[in-house]
Design a binder for this molecule. Structure first.
Ligand code: PHE
Length: 378
């Protein structure tokens, strides 16, 4: 059962204000039910254990200078989430296809960067913000519409930069990379990692750190030197700063060898009992691998079709029983009609599914795809 009123960080949230039948609102019940869960505040959960280990690194290396926030409300204004961090008006991340909107001015934050400006304005110069973030996305083992980030910001005084003898931006960039490499060593010991140049509207230069995991390079954080404009607007004209945003699930998957991102939400004791407070080194032991079951589905799409919308339909019906939704065929006929074939992988982390159950799910998915997305099944 989903609570109808909850409170997060002193903010009262009424379910009917968040989940309602209104075209300017695209938050489904499945997402609402994640508000207030705050996996990052559970000391025995991998996400909470990781948060505390990162806190520990900062406490030790910066003698407690970083202020910590982990209870800021995930419902924020479009201004906080986008405008304040200089996300351009036409940026894709602002679209209803990528972000959960409660109304045209209010969103579920899609990153913890949404809190940068307010905390800078309040005068904080060293801070960490941990929280649940929300993104409409495709479905696979490393993507889930709710995940957790930790934001870090450090503002330098003009004197600190001058003392380095370098230009302020290079100094901040060097310090940032040193800080995050140190963090990676603190968490992982030896691990294969690489820096990749990147782009974010709020930093310049920008970088990403990738870690090698399950035969792939996995992006675990974005960072960079904060755009001067953000500092200027918060009243800091003579400072430089760095910022980073860590994906806690991605890091935890590597650290604890957790193979699928859905497991973080499992309440199965065979998952939860494997972790304990303060224990970073534990490797997750799968409690047995149940086989996936694949179902294909082909349909003619229309102009408004998006993969994210399909994924939300599938997630709405199958919940965490869906492991992956993958486009396996895509063609356009002579009449200009486009057909997509998706392969849906169903798999429970906890038990084996029956044929009957899967057929039922797939039947529902077909029906709802047809009625809600107006696609034409083939
Ligand atoms: N907000 C960015 C993201 O979610 C990460 C980031 C944070 C990048 C801070 C640079 C600086 O992808």
């Amino acid at each position: 059962p989903v609570a109808s009123v909850l409170e997060i960080g002193g903010v009262k949230i009424v379910k009917d204000d968040v989940v309602r039948d209104d075209p300017t609102n695209n938050v489904p019940d499945t997402i609402f039910s994640k508000l207030g869960v705050q996996l990052h505040r559970r000391a025995q959960h991998p996400i909470g254990i990781l948060k505390n280990a990162i806190y520990n690194y900062f406490d030790v290396n910066y003698s407690g200078k970083f202020d910590k926030f982990d209870d800021l409300c995930p419902i924020v204004s479009v201004k906080q989430n986008f405008d304040d961090v200089l996300v351009p008006e036409d940026h894709v991340s602002r679209s209803y296809n990528d972000t959960y909107y409660i109304d045209p001015e209010t969103v579920l934050r899609c990153h913890t960067s949404a809190h940068q400006a307010e905390l800078l304005t309040e005068g904080h110069t060293h801070f960490l913000v941990t929280g649940d973030v929300y993104r409409r996305d495709s479905i696979d083992s490393t993507h889930y519409p709710v995940f957790h980030q930790m934001e870090g910001v450090r503002v330098f005084s003009p004197a600190e930069c001058e003392a380095s003898g370098m230009d302020a931006t290079s100094y901040a960039a060097g310090d940032l990379k040193k800080c995050l490499e140190g963090l990676a060593r603190h968490l992982f010991g030896a691990v294969e990692m690489r820096w990749v140049d990147s782009y974010f509207p709020f930093t310049n230069p920008s970088f990403e750190l990738e870690i090698y995991f399950q035969e792939k390079w996995l992006e675990v954080l974005g960072c960079g030197v904060m755009e001067q404009e953000i500092l200027k607007r918060t009243g800091k004209i003579n400072n430089v700063a760095w910022a980073f945003g860590l994906g806690l699930e991605r890091l935890a998957m590597v650290l604890f060898e957790i193979p699928d991102i859905r497991l973080f939400w499992s309440t199965d004791e065979r998952f939860t009992s494997q972790f304990s407070q303060g224990q970073l080194g534990v490797k997750f032991k799968p409690f047995s691998k149940f086989p996936p079951c694949y179902k294909d589905m082909s349909f003619w799409i229309n102009d408004s079709f998006t993969e994210n919308n399909l994924c939300e339909v599938v997630r709405g019906i199958a919940g965490d029983l869906v492991e992956e939704v993958r486009l396996i065929d895509n063609f356009t006929n002579k009449k200009g009609m486009t057909s997509h074939c998706y392969r849906i992988a169903y798999r429970s982390m906890e038990r084996s599914l029956t044929d009957e159950e899967i057929n039922q799910l797939q039947g529902n998915v077909r029906e709802v795809a047809q009625s809600k997305l107006n696609v034409v099944l083939r």
